[in-house]
Design a protein around this ligand. Structure first.
Ligand code: SF4
Length: 348
């Protein structure tokens, strides 16, 4: 059984009426019919451009927002049907979030020890006499000096503060960590350390993770499975190697081709540069939501919405919402390929 399962989840925001408008009545479709699951011990990478719905989905997973429609099951139990207090009791304990900006996520007036202890106190996990010891243990677990528990956030570097954020998340002994761009605000030099820390903790504590990032290189390093979102919908999902080696959606291809990489002497990268911005989630285009920017679109794409279905010839877990998924997974567009014969060198 999956640890977490989302089925047909939508999150639409009503807009306030304005003097300008009819548009004021259309909802913003931040998440629009998403099926998503996380298995025990699994890391799922969630990728897509800003505004694609990743962070809204993360907030729904953590119980910080309720979906407008759809089911959210934790260990097989539908938490949306529960009373809000009961839902919060389960999700706020079992699911914890690691935020992008560690400075903004900690209270500057509280010592880091007090911030870490907050969850333990709220959920009454330990008697007061044992909380200090547990805070020291958590600091050591994330590679910080336990004697620094009395220090304040401004006394730490960005990388150290992200470690504090991770210790605070671990304090309530969660089973799922939702990491929302956890290294994008950090210096390059400390990113690898924080990623390795997360991987080590995942192994040692048997955690599951949802790892959100726009850097696909980082996602590949961290994830067992990849889910690509575009305009509030999942457009491709599958095991990391399948998605990276035989990408079956033109949008994922475009994201992957943007990763700087070192090519071998016989390798070429057929880079894709997407034109324009994603359409507005208030007024998504008919047909395939990606057809206004897609470099392989055909006539049918403008009218017919592609379903998220298994890619022909691929493992059943590899799914794509593209009418041309099989062709895309075999094509070179947006992929690294090896030049093996002189005649192939002239091909685009
Ligand atoms: Fe492009 Fe058409 Fe596939 Fe959409 S369905 S991604 S427009 S080829």
């Amino acid at each position: 059984m999956s640890l977490l399962e989302l089925e047909g989840v939508r999150r639409h925001y009503r807009q306030k009426k304005t003097m300008f408008a009819a548009a004021g009545h259309s909802p913003v479709r931040a998440v629009d019919g998403v099926d998503f699951r996380v298995d025990p011990g699994e890391t799922v990478g969630l990728v897509g451009e800003s505004g694609c719905g990743k962070s809204t989905l993360a907030r729904i997973i953590c119980g910080l927002e309720a979906p407008s429609e759809g089911a959210v099951r934790w260990n097989g139990t539908d938490v949306v049907a529960m009373r809000p207090a009961e839902r919060a009791r389960i999700l706020h304990r079992e699911v914890q979030m690691v935020f992008q900006d560690p400075h903004a996520s900690l209270d500057p007036r509280r010592s880091i020890g007090q911030s870490i202890a907050e969850g333990i106190e709220t959920h009454r996990l330990l008697p007061a006499s044992r909380i200090d010891g547990r805070v020291r243990e958590l600091l050591a677990q994330v590679g910080l000096n336990p004697d620094h528990a009395q220090r304040y956030p401004h006394e730490f570097s960005g990388g150290q503060l992200q470690r504090v954020g991770i210790a605070r998340a671990l304090a309530v002994e969660p089973r799922l960590l939702v990491c929302d761009e956890p290294v994008s605000a950090l210096d390059i030099s400390v990113r690898a350390q924080v990623l390795n820390l997360l991987n080590r903790l995942k192994r040692e504590l048997g955690l599951s993770m949802v790892f959100i990032a726009h850097d696909l290189d980082v996602v590949q390093h961290m994830s067992d499975r990849i889910v690509t979102m575009y305009l509030g919908k999942v457009v491709e999902s599958g095991d990391g190697d399948d998605v990276y080696d035989r990408t079956a959606h033109p949008y994922t291809r475009a994201l992957l081709s943007a990763i700087p990489r070192k090519l071998g002497p016989d390798e070429r990268l057929d880079r894709v540069v997407l034109e324009g911005d994603p359409p507005s989630p208030i007024d998504p285009p008919p047909g395939c939501p990606f057809h206004t920017r897609c470099y392989t679109a055909i006539e049918r794409c403008a009218t017919e919405i592609p379903a998220l279905v298994p890619v022909p010839g691929e493992p059943a877990r590899h799914r794509s919402a593209c009418h041309l998924a099989a062709e895309v997974s075999r094509s070179r567009v947006g992929a690294v390929y090896t030049i093996s014969t002189p005649s192939e060198r002239t091909e685009p």
